[in-house]
Ligand binder design. Structure first.
Ligand SMILES: *Cc1c(COP(=O)(O)O)cnc(C)c1O
Length: 475
């Protein structure tokens, strides 16, 4: 597809303003008026066609099933967009004094209360702008907490099933990482954990349900082991769909947890767009939260700085428009609705798992929560996970997460979410089984896919190592 600059017809513009009857001699300084500005010269109609065509090249939740495990790509109600665009939200200045933005502060406060109720935690900071950012904020708090207590704990334990951001955030915060091997059930072995614990361990970072979609039934025992040796337990709650209204992180024993509002609480995401990864903590850690927090006073709402705050981690209040969507989602569903959301997310994942379990290998066969993992070990003729994923694109499906978690060779991690219908899941399962049959009949067909996309197989290593981020006419 051509760039808009390559569609240029010299002299054509997409604007048609009426003749001005203002004086011609403008007082603008001439040196500021650029005449060399390279603007695309196309008509209004061509402009619309260009961008509409570009937008149609996206595969997203609004035009396809997108079972991207660990990412919760679900339908986001459009009413949330309308609310987030209300003038009073959009036009308030982020540095406005508290007295001028009482409604905004009330919204922040209400969302914080709701997240506390959902997770059981005692306080939340809404500042972090992504899951990984919530992790980093939590680790900075853990560091500050032990420093204040005069303890030299410099190590974080992460299971080998953990999301890559967990060890990455810990390393970024200056911690050493110890990896804990999962047992045959894909869970943590409490005895192995006990053996790793020492007075050097600051925290265990744990995802529950984990990235295999499995809820660790030993969670109380696990948290007890860490607490008994003076450590803290950090919860990665990025994918909280399955436990909504069913289990609370604080009750499981977590001291800190982040949520991804852009996954569980209905904000469109992908491509690195704005998100929010609020961090919740217990009372013991509340005073370390990023400043400022919003508090309810006799006269309304005001900003307060926690006494041992680690400082700001994000400009202003965080990504406010995401808070509007999240609160609308929580209020719209209510407690019972959230619970139903969690139950349907689990039901859908198990339904799809059952549809696939006779044709594909599952390393962990037990009842799952919001997602499950199949692999390519039953694929004929050396057809791999990558081939399967690429072929799905020809059938109009976004592929699942591939080659993650690392402990399943050739993994495809599937998360249908609660917003998908039985028909869509039936269709998807049928398609995967069809592709497996294609691989047996004509492996080259699958190995050469996709055929329906603007570009086929990209050199991913070269794209990462040698990114071309700027268009140049000369090249
Ligand atoms: C998505 C995810 C993260 C990271 O969240 P970002 O918002 O992408 O930074 C961390 N942990 C788990 C389990 C996730 O699924």
């Amino acid at each position: 597809m051509k760039l808009i600059f390559e569609k240029r017809l010299p002299g054509i513009t997409a604007v048609s303003l009426p003749e001005q009857n203002l004086p011609q001699n403008t007082s603008l300084p001439q040196e500021l008026l650029r005449r060399d500005c390279d603007l695309p010269e196309v008509s209004e109609g061509e402009l619309i066609r260009h961008y509409t065509a570009l937008s149609r090249r996206n595969l997203g939740v609004d035009n396809a099933f997108y079972p991207l495990g660990s990412c919760t790509m679900k339908y986001n109600p459009k009413i949330h967009e309308k609310l987030a665009r209300l003038d009073d939200f959009c036009e308030s200045h982020p540095l406005a004094p508290a007295a001028a933005v009482q409604g905004n502060l009330e919204l922040i406060w209400e969302l914080e209360q709701a997240l506390c109720e959902i997770t059981g935690m005692d306080a939340f900071s809404l500042q972090p702008s992504a899951g990984a950012h919530g992790e980093l904020t939590g680790l900075m708090i853990i560091k500050a907490f032990f420093k204040a207590g005069g303890q030299q704990r410099d190590t974080i334990i992460t299971p080998d099933s953990s999301h890559g951001t967990n060890p990455a955030s810990a390393a970024m915060c200056g911690f050493k990482i110890l990896t804990l091997k999962s047992n045959a059930r894909g869970e943590i072995d409490p005895n192995e954990l006990e053996a790793l614990m020492s007075e050097k361990v600051a925290a265990l970072m744990l995802t529950n349900p984990n990235t295999l979609g499995l809820f660790d039934k030993n969670i109380l025992r696990i948290c007890e082991i860490v607490h008994n040796s003076g450590g803290l337990v950090y919860g990665d709650g990025a994918n909280a769909n399955a436990v909504l209204g069913m289990a609370r992180f604080k009750d499981m024993g977590f001291d800190l947890v982040h949520l991804n509002l852009h996954k569980t609480f209905s904000t469109p995401h992908g491509g690195g767009g704005p998100g929010a990864g609020p961090l919740g903590v217990t009372r013991a850690l509340r005073d370390y939260l990023p400043a400022p927090l919003v508090s309810k006073t006799e006269n309304g709402f005001d900003y307060i700085d926690p006494p041992h705050s680690i400082g700001r981690v994000k400009a202003f209040n965080g990504n406010f428009s995401i808070f509007v969507r999240a609160l609308a989602y929580i209020r719209g569903l209510g407690g019972e609705g959230l619970k139903r959301t969690g139950r349907i997310a689990v039901l859908n994942a198990n339904y799809l798992r059952k549809l696939l379990e006779n044709d594909f290998h599952l390393k962990y066969k037990t009842l799952c929560k919001h997602e499950f993992v199949i692999d390519d070990s039953t694929m004929p003729a050396g057809v791999t996970t990558m081939d399967l994923a690429k072929r799905l694109l020809d059938y109009g499906f976004h592929p699942p997460t591939v080659y993650f978690p690392l402990i399943v060779k050739g993994a495809l991690m599937i998360e249908p979410t609660e917003t998908e219908s039985k028909q869509t899941m039936d269709n998807f399962a049928r398609t995967l089984i069809t592709i497996k049959q294609e691989a047996a009949d004509n492996p080259e067909l699958v190995k050469g896919a996709p055929y329906s996309t603007p570009v086929s197989r990209l050199d991913e290593v070269r794209a990462a190592r040698n990114p071309v981020l700027r268009y140049s006419k000369e090249e």
